[in-house]
Design a protein around this ligand. Structure first.
Ligand SMILES: [Zn+2]
Length: 393
């Protein structure tokens, strides 16, 4: 992930960390022969919602975003409180599935914080974004303070960090964005995330205060006449609120224009793309090639099982390759590894095979005579071809 693939090579590991890497002809020590495999660092799924795993197969694919959101809310409410055990079990299965396809780190959106414990039990690291919503909320201080208390009351696990995260500009008031920003400023060691520029309906609503979102907010009973249209794009809106900086991961950006992308690049922002989910919820495909051209740190995520058929980052890479044929294979692989690790604040320990980093290593079975390893890794690798090698260390 930091250079061309090394063929016929070895890796030495000590104390759970990579000690050295080299070519086979300069290392004659006895070791474990891994066979015909590609060794890669554990993958990074920078945007998912593990606690929505129970909705797998329940929210149908949609031609328009609002329809998908309605179906999501309906199905989520059906389950709420009734079936906590099933929700938890589905999240456990989701974590298992993510790990089986080579995932080492996740950026997980959680409303309930249920996943903190589950990730820890499964030795899955990453950031849990404790997501807050409140479109009509103006007295936000006590609400955000409560959420912060909930986080602080949780046990601290070394590979799991937790932050407060606003859902999106059409579901969170300006006051709440400011309050979460204050919380972030007090916790510079964590990153947060926000869904941004996902649908055309969002752009219309933020700019003019009109369209299907306004109607939907009324139906949901949270519309407030106090809300004033920003007259600008979602990116400009959050820039002007003082919310966006390096600490914020921007998720989706399907409808970002060139100016938005250059603004985000200027701020050193990481963007997380979830192309399969975008297609599923009916918002189109992200301008992935433009994300790279703009110089953004592009990470990749599966989103939840309510809008993706699995939590396999290799499946997401397959879709990324389809929609961004001009992007080099290595660049796409970096998005699924080192870029994601950096975006989540774990770049020092994860995302590449370098001396000193965690030996969080995955093998992918290679067909005989496959010349282009990197392109092969974008061809839709299945969990049956993936193995962790930590057990052998
Ligand atoms: Zn999401």
């Amino acid at each position: 992930m930091v250079g061309a693939p090394l063929c016929n090579s070895w890796i030495t590991v000590e104390g759970g960390r990579i000690k050295a890497i080299g070519k086979s002809n300069d290392y004659l020590h006895s070791g474990i022969d891994l066979g015909s495999v590609a060794v890669i660092p554990g993958l990074v799924n920078a945007h998912t919602h593990l606690e929505l795993s129970h909705l797998s197969g329940r929210v149908p694919q949609s031609g328009h975003f609002i329809g998908w959101v309605r179906s999501l809310i309906l199905n989520r409410n059906k389950f709420h409180d009734q079936d906590n055990l099933n929700i938890e079990q589905a999240a456990v299965n989701g974590i298992r599935e993510a790990k089986a396809s080579g995932t080492a780190l996740v950026g997980d959106i959680s409303n309930t914080l249920l996943t903190v414990k589950l990730m820890h039990e499964a030795s899955l690291g990453g950031v849990v974004f404790h997501e807050l919503l409140g479109f009509d909320m103006t007295k936000v201080k006590p609400f955000v303070r409560e959420a912060r208390k909930k986080i602080d009351a949780l046990s601290v696990f070394s590979d799991i960090r937790i932050s407060l995260a606003p859902h999106a500009p059409y579901s969170v008031s300006a006051e709440m964005f400011r309050e979460i920003r204050r919380d972030l400023d007090a916790h510079p060691e964590v990153v947060t995330s926000v869904h941004l520029g996902e649908s055309a309906e969002e752009l219309e609503f933020i700019a003019f205060g009109t369209g299907a979102w306004r109607e939907e907010l009324k139906i949901l009973g949270v519309w407030t006449n106090a809300w004033k249209a920003a007259g600008e794009t979602p990116v400009e809106y959050l820039v002007n609120l003082g919310f966006l900086d390096r600490q914020v991961l921007v998720v989706h950006g399907v409808h970002f224009r060139e100016f938005d992308l250059s603004q985000l690049a200027r701020l050193g922002i990481s963007i997380v793309t979830c192309p399969r989910s975008n297609r599923y919820v009916g918002v189109g495909s992200p301008p992935l090639e433009n994300f790279y051209k703009a110089g953004l740190n592009v990470a990749i995520g599966t989103d939840s099982l309510a809008s993706a058929s699995d939590l396999n980052i290799f499946s997401e890479l397959f879709e990324a390759r389809r929609i961004a044929p001009s992007v080099p294979a290595r660049t796409l692989l970096q998005s699924a590894t080192i870029n994601g690790a950096r975006a989540l604040g774990f770049g020092k320990d994860y995302g590449s095979i370098e001396p000193g980093k965690r030996a969080s290593l995955v093998t992918v079975d290679m067909p005989p005579n496959e010349e282009n390893v990197e392109e092969y890794l974008l061809s839709g690798i299945q969990p049956s071809d993936v193995n962790w090698i930590e057990a052998e260390i």
